[in-house]
Design a protein. Structure first.
Length: 246
């Protein structure tokens, strides 16, 4: 976050996101008190109810107690780091999570997504960008209607996030569920990495190809069975989801 954003009150001329649903509650888990408090100020300015935790253990306690609509989670935290906290939360609920990281390396972004986060923001960041990303995640969650997709031996309930392969439940992260949904909604189509990123996350993640490759690789391991791998690599182009029997 820039020093201007940290040291000055939110400027009255900055864009407002009011007009969207503004009754949501968020939990900010960030050990840097200054960043946490100013993120809280910006979200409350937009009508959110916001609470702050400065370490992972307190964050876990508050998440369980408050049941927030969205969690903003720093990657590096004392007592319980953000990756482990994200994994615990993902096992217990489907609350949307946006990970904050000060690291530019794509590997750190992969860690965040693989642990179950829905999106990430790299520090320093514009608070309005964080708010916009939060709104986008919340819209995706609220926009889901009860719909069950079936392709071959794979079934995905997009509302509950339940995935079965040959009738057996498969445990996937939120990012993997979103990626599987993209594949299942575009069967037998070759999708480039850029298309997968855009269709899955509604964002243009420049230079993020390797992170998507990692997500696809993990998804393939989870849903593939002996003699059957629905996600095929199309060399030089991208990936294709092929229904069983195709």
């Amino acid at each position: 976050m820039s020093r201007r954003c940290l040291d000055e009150a939110p400027p009255t001329g900055t864009p407002s996101f009011r007009g969207m649903a503004m009754s949501e509650s968020i939990l900010i888990v960030e050990d840097d008190t200054r960043i946490a408090n100013w993120v809280k100020v910006y979200f409350e300015r937009e009508g959110f109810s916001a609470e702050v935790a400065h370490d992972g253990e307190v964050g876990l306690t508050l998440a369980r107690h408050l049941d927030p609509d969205l969690i903003i989670l720093d990657l590096t935290l004392p007592r319980l780091d953000g990756v482990e906290l994200c994994r615990i939360l993902r096992r217990e609920s489907d609350v949307p999570i946006i990970m904050l990281t000060a690291r530019e390396a794509y590997a750190e972004r992969v860690i965040g997504l693989d642990s179950g986060s829905d999106d990430y923001v790299v520090k320093p960041f514009d608070p309005n960008e964080l708010i916009a990303r939060a709104q986008a995640v919340l819209r995706r969650v609220k926009g889901k209607v009860q719909q069950i997709l079936t392709r071959g031996n794979i079934t995905l309930n997009e509302t509950t996030g339940m995935v079965t392969v040959n009738g057996e439940a498969v445990d996937l992260s939120q990012a993997q569920i979103a990626l599987l949904s993209t594949f299942m909604r575009h069967p037998n189509q070759v999708l480039t990495r850029d298309q997968l990123i855009s269709l899955t996350f509604n964002e243009d993640f420049d230079g993020f190809d390797r992170a998507i490759d990692s997500q696809v690789a993990r998804l393939r391991r989870q849903i593939g069975r002996e003699g059957m791998q629905p996600i095929q690599t199309v060399y030089g182009a991208g990936y294709r989801f092929v229904e069983e029997g195709e």
